[in-house]
Design a protein around this ligand. Structure first.
Ligand code: SF4
Length: 396
């Protein structure tokens, strides 16, 4: 029997990929152990240069303390062999996410089924409904390392949600690379229908979408979000840029005005977004447009990514904006985001919310605003906003 540890870098999908390997190894009879173990699985990320460097460091560290290290996930599938030169106990698994758990398990050897219902380590349960992307944005490496879009069957997703709720998870996050592409044509499901049915799972307190492209914010989806009482009042809608020229150069499929129009009527949702700063076509005027659209769309929390070219993409050889300019623009955008968050939190003063405590002293409310609260981890607590700090809303 092998002892193993799993870690991931990057997004929620990477977290889920790591979780699937973990569950498979537990089901095969291996034992999970924190710290030293025979085997480490590192599910990697390559969305930026920094993420790739951190993935390499994590693998290199694990190779010193484990007998064998399996490198899985996006960076393992990146062209150019980014893990070349690491010690011989490092095994790079170049597989699609759905094939990876079986590939690692086969290499390690099965030991008989002893734990086939592993609970997730986190309070909110991420459930993958879709993987891959067929949008081909010019800067993005994800379609190259994860492949085109494909969906899970709706009945498998709904079954997993029921299993997670039975395990005690009160909040489910429907997760994927490009969630709006979810379809189960054979069973007649769109994302909207899936949301409606997932939201009716007995015992479930809250369901949210991890992220949704603006092209997929349709009337059908918005109705499903509005009609389902368990749906959280939060949407993460990648913007990437607020300038039409930059959006076009990025190969995004919308204009700034479409982005604003589709969010019209969602005033009661907390809207958050990803923005790329310092894309090749971005000058000061274009960046000013981004600041403006962020304000007009009422976005609060922004994930700001300074542009870094990814190998194999259309813009791989193009990076003219100096690093210092990217840094300065990123700081301005983050400052605007911080101010928008504070204003949003202040607007809640004196009002009630239900917070899912996910760490000691902290949790998130219905619209994914952070709260400083007392309560047991995993519990939903009813609170009133008594103040605001830079870290979140103070519960009375
Ligand atoms: S929508 Fe564009 S940015 Fe998002 S994963 Fe697909 S290709 Fe990448």
């Amino acid at each position: 029997m092998a002892t193993f540890g799993v870690r991931f870098l990057g997004c929620k999908v990477s977290h889920l990929d790591a979780q699937e390997v973990r569950e498979r190894l537990l089901a095969d009879g291996h034992t999970e152990r924190k710290g030293e173990a025979d085997v480490a699985i590192v599910n990697t990320c390559c969305v930026t240069n920094e993420a790739l460097a951190k993935s390499r460091q994590a693998v290199s560290r694990a190779a010193r303390t484990h007998g064998r290290v399996y490198v899985t996930g996006c960076a393992a599938n990146l062209e150019g062999e980014p893990f070349r030169g690491l010690p011989r106990n490092v095994v790079v698994v170049r597989r699609r996410s759905e094939e990876t758990p079986a590939a690692v398990a086969a290499d390690l050897g099965a030991l008989g089924c002893v734990q086939d219902d592993a609970r997730l380590e986190r309070v909110r349960a991420f459930v993958k409904i879709q993987d891959g992307c067929s949008f081909s944005c010019n800067f993005c490496v994800i379609p190259l390392v994860r492949g085109g879009t494909r969906s899970r069957r709706a009945d498998a997703v709904l079954r997993e949600i029921r299993r997670r709720v039975a395990q005690g998870h009160r909040e489910i996050v429907l997760t994927g690379i490009n969630l709006g592409c979810f379809r189960d044509r054979a069973a007649g499901y769109t994302l909207a229908r899936l949301v409606r049915e997932a939201g009716q799972t007995p015992g479930l307190a809250r369901v949210r979408l991890s992220s949704i492209e603006i092209n997929h914010v349709s009337d059908e989806l918005v109705s499903a979000l509005r009609d389902t009482p368990t749906v959280a009042r939060h949407l993460h809608v990648p913007l990437q840029s607020g300038d039409d020229g930059v959006l076009q150069a990025m190969g995004r499929r919308y204009s700034a005005s479409t982005y604003l129009r589709r969010l019209d009527g969602l005033e009661d949702f907390n809207l958050t977004a990803d923005v790329i700063v310092g894309f090749p076509a971005e000058d000061e005027h274009a960046f000013a447009n981004t600041l403006r659209i962020v304000r007009q769309a009422r976005l609060t929390k922004l994930h700001v990514f300074p542009y870094s070219p990814r190998p194999g993409t259309k813009t791989a050889g193009n990076d003219p904006v100096p690093a210092a300019v990217k840094k300065e623009r990123s700081a301005r955008l983050r400052a605007q985001s911080d101010a928008a968050c504070l204003a949003h939190w202040r607007s809640k003063l004196g009002r009630d919310d239900v917070v899912l405590v996910d760490r000691p002293g902290r949790g998130y409310g219905d619209d994914y605003s952070p709260w400083l609260v007392r309560g047991q981890v995993g519990q939903l607590v009813r609170v009133r906003a008594a103040g605001v700090t830079e870290e979140g809303i103070l519960a009375a």
